[in-house]
Write a protein that binds this ligand. Structure first.
Ligand SMILES: Nc1ncnc2c1ncn2[C@@H]1O[C@H](COP(=O)(O)OP(=O)(O)O)[C@@H](O)[C@H]1O
Ligand SMILES: [Mg+2]
Length: 321
């Protein structure tokens, strides 16, 4: 069963008369219980894709201008604001890179968590809410939960805050969890714990996950399928094993080479893709990756490639090294 279908999604930055395309037709589908990775360098449009689904784009500066979002069979873009709010936090939720952005710094954590229940489960008694909250915190491995609920966000470590956010995001057992680089700001050892936690809990609950990251390596142990984004479009989409064994798009290969490998002798130089993601307002004719691509031909400069068998490239397959 499809949980989320993103169809030809377009998002523009709008400034008076000017508008700049940021997402240029994103297509992605997530099935129930599936974990889909959304990978790509910074600036490729991953966060905007997540925010579009949540209905949290920073309007009016950034606007959804085209395409379709269908969540559990329900079209989202035509849904009234209130109905959309009802979905957020209950049926779909999002965990951000920096939990401080999602927490109110002057309010105790417990109060913020219980507000979620006030909005979505007003029928529950305070005692029952408290019991469920303590359970949710214990599920994410927060010890001494009673005391933690009395804390202000700044009194908690980064790892603990992120655990709290995950508890909050999963408290009402959403059908879809969007994780936007949830471990990027954490220490390496804590990162692994938080990833384990997300994987364990979402598998147990059967929650579908859209896991956004700039690091393909993180997805190896987490995702069933990966979509690779570049310049506001998805350029490749494969099941995780196929992607790692036979990346088709030269951009995916580049991303793959930039994963640090612990099983290899240290390299003198990390293989990284030369150049940068084009600025949104930079017009690039043809394939947006062609200025950085070793395989680019005259065709790539003229004709934008369409997605075919999971890859949008005129010369998919073998790497030219
Ligand atoms: N509020 C905004 N106003 C204008 N441009 C934006 C805004 N937010 C993001 N962008 C632009 O949209 C593009 C995609 O951004 P984003 O989705 O945050 O990328 P990612 O999460 O992959 O790093 C970038 O070029 C970024 O500069
Ligand atoms: Mg981002």
């Amino acid at each position: 069963m499809s949980i989320l279908r993103i169809n030809a999604l377009q998002v523009h930055a709008v400034d008076g008369e000017h508008s700049v395309p940021l997402l240029r037709g994103v297509d992605l589908e997530i099935e129930a219980g599936e974990t889909v990775g959304l990978a790509g360098e910074s600036g490729s449009g991953k966060t905007l894709t997540g925010l579009s689904v949540m209905g949290l784009l920073p309007q009016p500066a950034v606007q959804l201008t085209g395409g379709e979002l269908v969540f559990q069979g329900q079209p989202l873009t035509t849904l009234p604001v209130r109905a959309r709010q009802q979905l957020r936090g209950a049926s779909m939720s999002m965990v951000f890179q920096e939990p401080m952005t999602a927490l109110n710094p002057v309010q105790r954590v417990g109060l913020q968590l219980s507000e979620l229940y006030q909005i979505h489960r007003p029928e529950l008694s305070r005692a029952l809410v408290r019991r469920q909250l303590l359970q949710a915190l214990s599920d994410v491995g927060v010890s001494d939960a009673e005391r933690r609920l009395e804390a202000y966000p700044h009194e908690l470590s980064g790892g603990l805050r992120q655990r709290m956010m995950i508890a909050m995001a999963l408290a009402l057992k959403p059908a879809l969890l969007i994780c936007d680089e949830p471990t990027t700001a954490l220490d390496v050892t804590i990162q692994a714990q938080v990833l384990d936690l997300i994987r364990g809990l979402t598998r147990e609950m059967g929650t579908a996950v859209l896991f956004i990251t700039h690091d393909l390596g993180v997805l190896a142990e987490l995702a069933d399928r990966v979509a690779v984004m570049y310049g506001g479009v998805i350029v490749e989409q494969q099941p995780i094993d196929a992607l790692f064994e036979r990346p088709q798009h030269p951009y995916t290969e580049g991303l793959m080479r930039s994963i640090p490998r612990f099983d290899h002798a240290p390299r003198l130089r990390l293989d990284i893709i030369p150049g940068q993601v084009p600025q949104a307002n930079e017009s690039v004719l043809g394939c947006r990756f062609h200025p950085r691509c070793a395989r680019a031909t005259a065709r790539c400069q003229l004709e934008s490639p369409k997605m075919d068998h999971g890859v949008a490239c005129h010369h998919p397959g073998q790497a030219v090294c």
